[in-house]
Design a protein around this ligand. Structure first.
Ligand code: PLP
Length: 486
């Protein structure tokens, strides 16, 4: 196990060498109120520069990231992030800008916000976008608040229910409840789509809306979408598109044209900005024309000469985040969209779908394929032989770690037994897909011949199986070794 940096500390050791201060120091006591001041020096680790570099390099090597290997985590779109986007986001003009600067002195930044709104609207078929939400689930909450504000503004206050299919991402019902709705679950039909008859029975005068992902979490496109939209609209409800995974549709079809009224996108999935480490995300929410008045303030406007931020939005649901959202993430996504162009984005989706279908066909004879259909950007397999071999999907996922692959998403969607959800993304080569497929097939064979090897995996990683429930419920976030106080 790697040591903690505190354990490497030696008194007096330093990673810096500053010249003596040649200006008079002001007494910080006059600036910082007494109650906020330290009573004693912070107990920071005392280490040399090589110690620091080796420590953090070692930690980074203990992790799996998209920069060091294949990461087919379904529903999460772990595609490669071009490094040029990082360079652009760290240009001084962007990095050093202050959110309280005047509009006149931040024209370039407001222009980015304005153009991003236009581009995302074009991609999804919406009228306007707010870039404020900081994650997909946050976009869902904002979108549902907009749906609520719309119904209430029309005096239609009895619409208390949001319909969610049983294949939905867990954030959908959670966001609906947080926005003050009740959720109603509709079953999927045998092709993996929304069961239209069940939907017809579920809608009524209390329906506020339907939340749907299309392609859904099975990676399947619901061809009945216009009939679904009509059913919900005829009942007076609105349609919410969970666009966290837009990687299959760019330049091919648009939620707005399918009949959706509200959309969120995950810039940190489809639009190639880093994610997965708990860092900042961005979940812009877009709406059709009738819903624009309810978007969070401010929106970026352009009068042909100047860009400005418009806060005068009396019907707005209010702010959902400070300032303009995670501007750095928006910038990376902006750079990505501009460098790809509309042709490039279409190719992204075509290749994402092609890669997923290729991988599905390589694997389908070694695992069970619950829905025999062309998939979109991802697909779901089931490990049906676990009753005979005693091996479970979780074990297969853990065994993949031994070969340097990040496992797929497992046990989701909930409607497939022993599910394994794979999303290769467009940025992987044929060689990578083949190597991964060969490895997974070899593990399936190993599960028959030597199940113990699979059930006790991983064998090659820094740590083996952790008590994940305990880690989530009782995280120990403080290292209380000698000399380090809490
Ligand atoms: C990732 C995801 C979300 C939630 O996005 P976060 O940014 O993690 O909040 C919602 N829906 C689907 C289908 C997703 O894949």
């Amino acid at each position: 196990m790697a040591k903690l940096i505190f354990e490497m500390s030696r008194p007096g050791r330093k990673a810096y060498d500053l010249p003596p201060c040649d200006t008079e120091m002001r007494d910080s006591g006059s600036l910082i109120p007494e109650r906020y001041r330290r009573k004693k020096d912070a107990e920071l680790p005392e280490v040399s520069e090589p110690d620091v570099i080796r420590h953090f390099t070692e930690l980074s090597r203990m992790n799996h990231g998209v920069d060091n290997g294949f990461y087919p985590l379904g529903s999460c779109t772990m595609k490669y992030n071009p490094k040029v986007n990082e360079d652009i986001a760290s240009l001084d003009g962007f990095k050093a800008v202050h959110p309280y600067q005047s509009d006149g002195s931040a024209q370039g930044c407001i222009r980015i916000l304005y153009e991003m709104d236009r581009m995302l609207s074009e991609i999804t078929g919406m009228e306007r976008f707010s870039l404020q939400p900081a994650a997909g689930a946050h976009g869902e909450l904002a979108g549902l608040m907009i749906i609520k504000a719309y119904h209430v503004s029309r005096g239609d206050t009895g619409r208390t229910k949001i319909i969610v299919p049983d294949s939905a991402h867990g954030t959908n019902p959670a966001s609906a409840v947080m926005a003050g709705f009740e959720t109603v679950e509709v079953k999927s039909d045998e092709r993996g789509g929304v069961d239209i008859e069940a939907l017809r029975e579920a809608v009524g005068p209390d329906t506020a809306g339907l939340m749907l992902t299309n392609p859904n979490t099975l990676g399947l496109f619901d061809e009945n979408i216009t009939a679904i939209a009509k059913t919900v609209h005829d009942a007076g409800g609105l349609l919410y598109y969970d666009g966290a995974n837009a990687n299959a549709i760019m330049g091919i079809c648009r939620p707005g044209d399918m009949g959706f009224d509200v959309v969120h996108l995950n810039l940190h999935k489809t639009f190639s900005t880093p994610h997965g480490g708990g860092g900042p995300g961005s979940g812009p929410v877009g709406v059709k024309k009738e819903l624009v008045p309810f978007l969070p303030a401010p929106l970026a406007e352009f009068d042909g000469k100047e860009y400005r931020l418009d806060y005068d939005r009396p019907l707005s649901i209010g702010r959902v985040r400070s300032f303009f959202g995670n501007f750095g993430v928006i910038l990376r996504a902006y750079a990505y969209i501009r460098t790809m162009g509309s042709e490039g984005l279409r190719k992204v989706s075509e290749n994402a779908v092609l890669n997923a279908n290729y991988l599905m066909h390589r694997l389908r004879y070694h695992f069970d394929l619950p829905y025999e259909r062309t998939c979109m950007h991802e697909f779901v397999l089931s490990y049906g032989r676990h009753k005979e071999t005693g091996v479970r999907t979780l074990d297969i996922a853990k065994r993949l770690l031994d070969f340097g692959f990040h496992p797929p998403t497992v046990y989701f969607p909930l409607i497939v037994n022993e599910a394994m959800m794979l999303e290769p993304t467009e940025t992987e080569s044929l060689e990578t897909l083949d190597l991964f497929a060969d490895t997974l097939i070899a593990i399936a064979e190993e599960a028959e011949k030597n199940p113990g090897m699979v059930k006790t995996a991983p064998h090659m990683t820094y740590t083996s199986r952790l008590d994940e429930v305990k880690a989530a419920r009782n995280p120990v976030l403080i290292h209380a070794s000698e000399g380090v106080s809490e």
